[in-house]
Design a protein around this ligand. Structure first.
Ligand SMILES: *Cc1c(COP(=O)(O)O)cnc(C)c1O
Length: 399
């Protein structure tokens, strides 16, 4: 194996690379988490993070991975025997379902082929049938990180509204927050679950629940035993910038810097950048003659692109060759698509040249691993980034 000089390309869809600015912001002495100084940091991040969720309601921050925030959403609002409606968008929806099942929740799981987002029409039909209102919550993964499909949350909200069904609406934005347009209040989501190590560009270790008034009321009335994840104690103490137990202080310094960086660029620009990088990546995949797993263009993920391997080629063997030869980490296939797909992350700390470097690694890796493909993917991506594809489309529209 050649010596690995230069920067490692971490092109998995989370954890994503942490910008130097954030690393420097975290390089601080640990402070007393009951001090006035901490209270200022706490208020900065607890207020600041609301702007990223698009909410004025409470957002609680846990020292945990995203899985903890999944569990928190469940144990605060649901009890054993309750029924919830979920959609099988991929591996992460399947894992969230498993957690609910472990707490004795009945999950009506709308089956899916992992090639699209949750279907608003199917959710509407299931809720319309449920005249007795047995379904307590609709739970959807916004960006399905195992497949690269993004569900249409605003349309699902409208579908729920058309039925007049009172179910809570809970959304996993662990891999979409701060990369894809998201509006907790405007879309009247009751619980938004998220994590630090994807679009927020932080190391793993923080997770979030944004909580509506309706969800907080459901939590007050809910008899499910819970302690560490309980919202009520957290929300009460957070009001002054403090936490009921020791918070992950240095990650909070990083979070403060991440929020600043997102607003310096402008959230709209952050979302547009992700769309652009994703479009360039898809152009590369098509030029290689490979297939994108997501079948619905309206649900292409701005965060990652999942590429299907040609039959009888092992995606993990290919990823191994790319890592050894070019020092690039690509995402593996998860669950039932293991070995059949690989995932290219283009989120967070990523710009035109980072992406072109990464796509060069993917293309050279395909050649090195003997995977049948056409060359020219990087060229096609460059054309999109240079705006040629857009101007061609405009010309076609004019003609
Ligand atoms: C990464 C991810 C998770 C799991 O988060 P952890 O931090 O690994 O616990 C859950 N849902 C989605 C959509 C994810 O991308």
């Amino acid at each position: 194996m050649a010596s690995q000089q230069g920067r490692h390309f971490l092109q998995i869809p989370g954890p994503s690379p942490v910008p130097d600015r954030i690393l420097r912001a975290m390089d601080m002495p640990v402070i007393d988490h009951r001090s006035a100084e901490f209270g200022r940091l706490g208020r900065d991040v607890l207020d600041g993070i609301k702007t990223v969720f698009g909410t004025t309601q409470p957002v609680v921050i846990y020292p945990s991975s995203g899985t903890g925030a999944w569990e928190a959403a469940i144990v605060n609002t649901l009890s054993p025997g309750d029924t919830v409606l979920m959609a099988e968008t991929g591996h992460f929806a399947t894992l969230w379902r498993q957690i609910a099942a472990r707490f004795g929740i009945e999950v009506d799981f709308i089956p899916g082929d992992w090639r699209r987002g949750a279907d608003p029409a199917q959710i509407e039909a299931r809720l319309a049938e449920d005249r007795a209102h047995r379904i307590k919550a609709v739970m959807v993964v916004h960006n399905e990180t195992s497949t690269g499909s993004t569900s249409r949350i605003a349309e699902i909200r409208q579908a729920i509204d058309r039925t007049g069904h009172p179910a809570l609406f809970m959304v996993d934005t662990i891999s979409s927050l701060a990369s894809v347009d998201y509006r907790h209040d405007e879309w009247r989501v009751d619980v938004t679950v998220s994590g630090s190590q994807k679009g927020l560009m932080l190391p793993p270790g923080l997770s979030f629940n944004a909580i509506s008034e309706k969800a907080l009321a459901a939590a007050k009335a809910n008899s499910m035993p819970r302690s560490y994840w309980d919202w009520q104690e957290m929300v009460k103490i957070n009001a002054n910038g403090f936490f009921p137990y020791t918070p992950a202080t240095n990650l909070l310094y990083g979070l403060r810097e991440a929020i600043r960086m997102l607003h310096e660029e402008g959230l709209e620009n952050v979302f547009a950048r992700h769309q652009r990088l994703a479009a360039a990546t898809r152009a590369a995949v098509r030029a290689w003659g490979l297939e994108i797993l997501c079948e619905n263009p309206a649900e292409y993920s701005p965060v990652l692109t999942t590429v299907m391997m040609p039959p009888s080629h092992d995606a993990d063997q290919y990823r191994k060759v790319a890592l050894e030869r070019f020092n690039i980490s690509l995402g593996s296939g998860l669950g039932k698509v293991a070995g059949k797909v690989f995932r290219i992350g283009h989120l967070g700390e990523c710009n035109d040249l980072t992406l072109i470097g990464a796509l060069s690694g993917v293309e050279m890796g395909l050649a090195a691993a003997g995977v049948p493909h056409r060359s020219g993917g990087v060229q096609a991506a460059m054309a999109v980034l240079e705006g040629q594809e857009e101007s061609n489309t405009r010309k076609a529209a004019v003609a």
